[in-house]
Design a protein around this ligand. Sequence first.
Ligand code: ATP
Length: 217
Amino acid sequence: MSAPSAGVSVEDLRFAYRRGAEEIFDGLTYSFTPGAVTALTGPSGRGKSTLLYVLALMLTPTTGRVRLGETDASSLPDRDRSGIRAGTIGFVFQDSELDPSRSIVDSVMEPGVYAGLEKGALEDRARSLLARFGLEHRADHRPGEISGGQAQRVAVCRALVNEPAVILADEPTGNLDPDNAALVLDALAEAAAEGRTVIVATHDPQVVSRADEVVRL
Ligand SMILES: Nc1ncnc2c1ncn2[C@@H]1O[C@H](COP(=O)(O)OP(=O)(O)OP(=O)(O)O)[C@@H](O)[C@H]1O
């Protein structure tokens, strides 16, 4: 499992989805604090999700840098970026993006399989995470057989399973009732307390009020 890292920062960041399209971020420079939950907030369309994708090394900045620890990750070749992503980053997608052909427990385990973790220990951890979020009875079902809110909690389990140094979550409470939202926020706060860097894009005032730091785009 990965140890918590020295953190994530961006320098003079700009990004455009296409050549000639309007640039997002306008030269953003910011260091995200390890051991803290940082909420990314601001009006729809400002680039909260895009910033998470850039931090996750899924999109390459048009200009500027993304650093993970001491590494300038934005300049690395694709294969190296995939390796860093698998070993260091847990990502909660806004719409869960679970593979319909896999069982829930297999979906939760998948990032650990990519990271080369031992199967038995990985399955135990996946099942205990599902139990924490009240989903142990859904572990052997498929994504088509669970609700949107349950899928969102599964996506959170998937992001936590590797105990990654960096956790990026896109509206992780968007489909949840207040009790389940609190469960997710407790888990993210606990991950931060372990020294991880936790960054959450959100419109949810409950998430913003519980965050240690807030970045408004
Ligand atoms: N795949 C894409 N191709 C082209 N433009 C995109 C793409 N995804 C997002 N955009 C544009 O980039 C800008 C930032 O979008 P993004 O989804 O990052 O904003 P956001 O702040 O997360 O919004 P929301 O709060 O509505 O989720 C918007 O103008 C959006 O239309």
